[in-house]
Structure formats: C-alpha cells, structure tokens
Design a protein around this ligand. Sequence first.
Ligand code: NAD
Ligand code: MN
Length: 511
Amino acid sequence: MATDILASPATLSHTQAKVFKNFIDGEWVESSTGETFENRNPADTRDLVGIFQKSAKADVDAAVEAAKSAFAKWRLVPAPRRAELVFRAAEILIERKEEHAREMTREMGKVLKETRGDVQEAIDAAYYNAGEGRRMFGPTVPSELPNKFAMAVRQPVGICGMITPWNFPMAISSWKLLPAIVCGNTCVIKPAQDTPASTFNLVRAFTDAGVPKGVVNIVTGFGPDVGTPLAEHPDVRAISLTGSSAVGRIIGGIAAKSFKHCSLELGGKNPMIVLDDANLDLAIEGGLWGGFGTTGQRCTATSRIIVQKGIYREFVERYVARAKKLKVGNGLDETVDMGPAINEKQLQTDLSYVEIGRNEGAKLVCGGDRLDKGEYQHGWFMEPTVFIDVDQKMRIAQEEIFGPVVSIIACDGLEDAIEIANNIEYGLSSAIYTKDVNKAFAAMRDLYAGITYINAPTIGAEVHLPFGGTKATGNGHREGGIGALDFYTEWKSIYVDYSDTLQKAQIDRVD
Ligand code: NAD
Ligand code: MN
C-alpha cells in the first residue's frame, strides 16, 4: 500500500533496512526499473542506512507530470499561505533535529555537531524563505505617460528540477526547495545517491506541515539515469544543480538548448591568506577547521593556505602539530574531530592526490595514509594530510581534491598572496587573516571569489546572504538570500493604461 513509508518504514525482514520508494504525487511508488541501490554508512559499511529506488526516465516523467498538475493549483495559493506551511515545517524540523542529524551522520559520515548544523541550516532557510511569503518585493514606479500605472511582479517559473550533492544533504536540498515552493513553483528533486535519506527527512517535514501532494516530488537514482532526463525534460523550466564543475558543464549544456533557467553551484579550491601580522592562534584554529571540517569535503573547504614568509615556519610547525592530534573516527562519537571520506572512490581520489603531491615535489609533513586497522577497518578513513612548500602551479594546489588534504604555500606579502589566491580556475570562497584594516579592505576588493572572510576560514555561510562563486564555480547565479528569489521567479512588468486613449511610450511626448 502506498501509505507513509517514511513515518512507518517498510522493512526487509532479512536486513531490517528501511526501503524508500520514490515520492511522486504524494504517493510512495517503486521505480519503473524494479531495481534498488543501497545507502551505507561510510564509517562502517556494515551499517545499511536504507535501500532506495534506482530510477530512470519513466520515473522522472511521472514526477514531472505530478508537479505539472500540482502547479495549476499551487501557483494560485497566496504566497503568505504557502509560507505558513514552510514556517510549520521549520517547527517540525526543530523537533526532529537530533534524529535527523544522527541519520545524516550515518549516511554520510560527518561528525554530529556538523550534521546538527546541517539540519539547522534547513531550519534557518525555512524561516528566511517563509518570511519572503509576505515580501517578494517588486518595483512600483511612475509611468512616463499620464494616467498610466506601472509595476513589476514576481511570478513562479513553473516546474523546477533539482540535483544535489551529498556533502550537505539537507541544507542544500532546503536551499533549493524552500525558495522554489514559497515562490509558487512545484519541484522534482534528485538527491545524491550517497545521501538520499536526508532529503526524504526534509520533504517529510513539508508534507507533515501540509504542503499539498505533487508540490515536491523525489526521484532517487544515479546522475545519468535520473539527473539528465530531469534536466532534459521540456516541461521543467528551471534546473538547479549543486555538484562538480564536470557535471555542471553537462547540465549547463542541456539547459542552454531549451532556454531553461539554470543555476550551477560547483567546485572550489579555496585560499586562506595568513599575513605576518595575523593572530596566529586564531589563524591556526581557523585553518584546521576550514581544512579538515567535513573531512575536507566542502565546496568551501580551505584547501590552500597561503602564508607570508615571516611567520611561515612557525605557522607550519604549529599547524602540523595540531593536525596530527585530530581524532579521526565515526562521527557519532562526540569526541571525534574528523569522519571518513564519503565512499571508496573519494578515498582513492584523496590517496591518489597524496601520490601526485609527492611526485610533484611537495613536502608531505602530516598524514597521507589510509586508516584501515582496528576501529577503522569497515570505513573509508584516512589521516589528515598536509603538504608544505607547495608551488602554486602544482596539481595539488590547482585541482579540487575534496578530501582532507591541505596545501601550504609561501608568499611574499599581500599582493603576492592575492595573485596566488586568484590564480585558480575556481572562485567560491576566500579568506585573509590580518590585523591591518587597510590590507583587509584591499583583499575584500581584490579577491575574485563569491565569498571573502576576514579573520575566519573559508567555510560556513549564512542563509540570508548570497552564496556561490565566480569562474568554474558557477554560472553567475547565487543561492541564499535574494538571489534564490531571482532564480525561482520570472519578472513580469505590468502596465495599466487608464487614460482611455491610445498612448504610445517614447512617442507621445511633448519635447
Ligand atoms: P557530482 O557532480 O558528482 O554529483 C552531484 C549530483 O549530480 C549528484 O546528484 C549526481 O548524481 C548528479 N550527476 C552526476 N552525473 C550526472 C549527469 N551526467 N547528469 C545529471 N546529473 C548527474 O558531485 P558530488 O560528488 O555529489 O559533490 C561534490 C562536488 O559538489 C564538489 O565538486 C563540490 O565542490 C561541489 N559542491 C558545490 C557546492 C556549491 O554550492 N558551490 C556545494 C557543495 C558541493
Ligand atoms: Mn550514504
């Protein structure tokens, strides 16, 4: 029976694992392929978090059809009423925060304090976007002609497709779904195959809050099987991807052919500059959190630390001493600092970059090895890894690794540091540690990135500010804040001529 499987999960008697079906038009439905895939805990692969549908184009078509019929009604629900449901969803998420955080740690490995933050981000985004239900301001302006009224209103785009990564499984889904539904759109989301459970938890809060059937649909599966047909579907008018630049290139190409709105939030290789006058304790603390938080698997991870020569040796010595003491393990243990890599493939990538760095002549001073003995034997763990004396042109200083591998680069001073920082294909986040206000302001102006932190590491974002980056990090859109409204709405300019005569703009004027 297609009842609420999430509230009362169906179980497979032989594994006791939850089976998740696709969520289409308020019903739980099996994929057209009849195939499933497993979601396992990367800290202990014996732990099966759930079994999910391995879907295909036919499932995407069904979900888009559901979104299409829901859109006819949802777009006409007054925005403040749509927003009330989102406020209610926020309250539900607060009640379930701890439960969802624990399940997220199981499905993707980051430590509990971070998964609590991930759920909190969805709560914050819910409050922020629900507030927009009574705003969505548009300009009302004077007309150039007499007896004529002029204004612009935001209208929903229509059916929106969303494709998400695994590193912020609830936060990133919420950044897309919440503004979309408050603006009156309906959605089909394809969560990352490593972390679908957290998207189900988010959407369950929406349905429990009363969001009508068909407004949000979930189709699980792999990128080419589900993400591509979703992006290609002619009825999908907006497609939003957060993921790698390689996949962004594919989705951007597909979207261009049918003139869809397309928002791409992609990779990063984020620099943190530490100048001679910096508070060194603070910079070391920040560099550890930025480099090894989420096992280095953040788009905003501090993967390059650019240190001025006067303090270089001291910084390196103290940073490495601290990195060696970080406790690696299962994120459910509150004393653990760093969890595993998301999966075997990512771990292999991380380890391969250790080899690449060695061969390029960088000096490995911390970590570099896989951890697979004792408590680590069932997970995808590696040591926090630091390379020093890295040249900015090396691959480890240029390519996104997405693991716990930090490259430290020496620089002569502010100008040199900014040049090194900007000399990269990405432009997501950036940071500078200095006590000199002049240098801080110069960096705020000259770092070519979507985010600049002063005296804090590159990671972390607040939901009401624009989030996104330059160059290969995206295509100019921003999530968070007002940028999301611009993406999920179309402007419509409305003119009301109450003159009872034919008036011609630009033509009927007395010069
Ligand atoms: P990924 O690009 O491998 O996958 C992202 C999503 O795209 C997944 O849902 C995947 O199934 C789907 N996908 C893969 N191939 C596809 C295809 N051919 N067609 C359609 N969909 C496809 O990325 P990931 O490994 O999940 O996440 C890590 C990447 O995401 C990193 O590059 C990271 O920097 C980036 N990221 C960016 C941000 C940001 O906001 N800028 C935030 C988090 C992560
Ligand atoms: Mn998983």
